[in-house]
Design a protein around this ligand. Structure first.
Ligand code: NDP
Length: 485
């Protein structure tokens, strides 16, 4: 086991900083349940240092030429790719996700974001608006100091997805990782500074929700971007709203995946597996309500159970392992609780359903329930574990209405060979991100985010620029002012 103890808990103004007065945060490796490092929650002194440094640095960074800003981000992307294995191992130790996944989905995705926004930085321009003699021009300006608050499921990716567009536009960032996974963002901060980012442009402070709260309510903070659950989103949005701050909210979901009877069934099962078992099911956009046409339901259930049995569960650091534990004991209890509720409410277990008791860590079997109905708790609430619900349907309009009957609106997917039906169905899904004949791919080129309670704003793509900058209009008069008095 590599020593992953960071030099200190926080990274501010280009340096590791410690204040042991802050509450201890134990970093637990989910595959063993053992503590592998400790950090301290930020005290008010640490928060103040981070804010002061971020404000000062933002003045310098916003004056740095866009082409140079882009170069720094692209250099950081290259460095992340060079250090992919080391960063992936850290991600695995922080989250318990298997190395087989983290090698391809975490630091690499973060590098993509830095590369993409590095490429965009120099092309952000304003507009010239002719008005006869007079004219208006617009300037795209950074917002200032942005706060990013992360969930624990993708700590490296979330740190980068927030840093890249923010820095591209000339903002500075303070990132607060989830206290469950505090390690990865510190490495990203180190790399950004090594790549040439001015000190203070990307600070990391550790802490529980109260630290996030202190950052969100500080009047010097211009923007808040949260990745987290809907209940936390409501609180953070309200706190940011009180200060009329810009927000991006990437929140939870209970997304539908609709499988028609003409779909390639093995491909659809691959999609459903990806949509429920990847990262032990701890993915916000997961398609956890799998609507399967009644004509193929039995075959689907039978093959899903067979293929689930082939999932290799175990040591996340072994590259042959497909699936690791869930992130911590609390999440384990939550997931097992939902499995019990599923059984009690009459859903039929077709595979899994238990904790894997012969392992020390927080392992749960890949679990699927059939005969789930729309009103069951497991079909309504976000479980955030490897638990899939299979619901039957017969009619297209019926399934669309049922798919949309939820407060969430993050994602949705459809498997069918009928091209017109595929487009017709996704057009009617109330969701920010949809897939046809695949699931959960989130390339940086495409906007990502939710509708309804699942969020506000979009990450990635050119759309993210709108959420990290604002326009200034400048009216230019070419003739004297006309004044009647
Ligand atoms: P939480 O909502 O519990 O926490 C998210 C972050 O917010 C944490 O860093 C947390 O700190 C912090 N926080 C909590 N309360 C406050 C507060 N009052 N003010 C400021 N910050 C606060 O989410 P989880 O970490 O449990 O992550 C799982 C959730 O994230 C799921 O619902 C999932 O769907 C969602 N998610 C959404 C994604 C998307 O892009 N839409 C992507 C990934 C996950 P602390 O942990 O210390 O309490």
């Amino acid at each position: 086991m590599p020593d992953v103890t960071p030099k200190a808990s926080h990274f501010i103004d280009g340096n590791y900083v410690e204040d042991t007065d802050g509450a201890v945060i134990e970093v637990v490796y989910p595959a063993t349940g053992k503590t592998i490092a400790q950090v301290h929650s930020a005290t008010s002194n640490i928060v103040e240092m981070a804010i002061a440094s971020g404000l000062k640095a933002q003045e310098i960074w916003s004056q740095t030429s866009p082409v140079e800003r882009g170069r720094v981000l692209r250099r950081a992307a290259d460095m992340i790719r060079e250090r992919n294995r080391e960063l992936s191992i850290l991600e695995t130790l922080d989250t318990g996700k298997p190395l087989q996944e983290t090698l391809v989905a975490d630091a690499t995705s973060g590098a993509d974001a830095l590369e993409y926004f590095g490429g965009l930085a120099a092309s952000l321009t304003g507009e010239y608006i002719p008005l006869g003699d007079d004219f208006v021009y617009t300037m795209r300006e950074p917002l200032g100091l942005c706060v990013g608050i992360g969930a624990w499921n993708y700590p490296t990716q979330i740190a980068c997805w927030k840093a890249a567009p923010a820095l591209c536009c000339g903002n500075s960032v303070i990132f607060k990782p989830s206290e469950v996974t505090p390690l990865c963002a510190l490495k990203i901060a180190e790399i950004l500074i090594e790549a040439g980012l001015p000190r203070g442009c990307y600070n990391v402070v550790q802490g529980y929700g109260d630290v996030g709260g202190a950052l969100v309510t500080d009047p010097r903070v211009a923007k808040v971007s949260l990745t987290g659950s809907v209940p936390t989103g409501r609180k953070v949005y309200a706190a940011a709203g009180a200060g009329v701050k810009h927000v991006t909210m990437e929140l939870g979901g209970k997304s539908p995946l609709i499988i028609f009877d003409d779909a390639d069934i093995e491909n659809a099962i691959s999609g459903a597996m990806l949509a429920n078992m990847y990262s032990s099911g701890q993915v916000c956009s997961n398609g956890t309500r799998v609507f399967v046409h009644k004509n193929i339901k039995d075959k689907f259930c039978e093959r899903f159970a067979e293929r689930s049995a082939a999932i290799r569960i175990g040591d996340p650091l072994d590259e042959e392992t497909h699936m690791g534990p869930v992130v911590n004991e609390e999440q384990l209890e939550k997931v097992l609780g939902y499995i019990e509720i599923g059984k009690k409410e009459g859903a039929r277990l077709i595979c899994g359903g238990n904790r894997i008791a012969d392992k020390d860590g927080f392992f749960v079997e890949p679990t699927a329930f059939a005969d789930v109905t729309d009103d069951m708790t497991i079909a309504r609430e976000e479980i955030f574990g490897p638990v899939m619900s299979i619901l039957d349907f017969e009619d297209e309009q019926e399934v669309i209405a049922r798919a949309n009957d939820t407060e969430f609106g993050l994602s949705g997917g459809v498997f069918t060979q009928d091209i017109t039906r595929a487009h017709r169905v996704v057009a009617q899904l109330h969701a920010g991100t949809c897939w046809i004949n695949t699931y959960n791919l989130a390339p940086v080129e495409a906007p990502f985010g939710g509708s309804k309670s699942s969020g506000v704003g979009r990450e990635n793509s050119k759309a993210a620029i709108e959420h990290y900058s604002e326009l200034k209009s400048v009216y230019v008069a070419m003739t004297p002012v006309e004044s009647a008095y």
